[in-house]
Design a protein around this ligand. Sequence first.
Ligand SMILES: NC(=O)CC[C@H](N)C(=O)O
Length: 201
Amino acid sequence: MSGPTVGVLALQGDVREHVAALTGAGADARPVRRPEELDAVHGLVIPGGESTTISKLADIFELREPIDKRIAGGMPVYGSCAGMIMLAREVLDGRPDQRGFDGLEMTVRRNAFGRQVDSFEAPVAVDGVEGGPFHAVFIRAPWVERVGDGVEVLGTVTEGPAAGRIVAVRQGNLLATSFHPELTGDLRLHRYFVELVRAAT
Ligand SMILES: NC(=O)CC[C@H](N)C(=O)O
């Protein structure tokens, strides 16, 4: 059986890595830059990168409204790092003009881990994903400061100065992680997402 068609929002960020990970996870993966390309996919990944830039380009490429509509219609979306910020209803320490999609009922803090741990790696177990903790890579990552009703916390940092911080969440078909599984060759999270897309299609 061929896999579901999954797009990667290709405005800015590590698009190629997500396309490769999704392909490895069995999806028919492709970049999405135009509304017509969005129409052709059953799920969408918002990559890591720079959320302020992605926000600006989403308006310029006229993708904001179509993406919000697809989210409202139940399309599965997975955001990693900047993608998590783009999927949050509220952003702390964001730029005043940046705006996310109508995504998860949560508040994220941008660049939350601060200078000392700007970039770091830590084991993170994700509920629903078997095989032990992820070797999670954080690069100027956000954390989740508050979750609303209906948002499931799937993973927290378990050691070091950031212990206890929420870094993986899910609300219905929306999934977000502070870290970048697309950079470590661990396909489990992309497989989990591709299954979600398959189930929703
Ligand atoms: N690795 C990343 O995606 C970094 C996110 C970036 N700091 C932002 O605010 O969008």
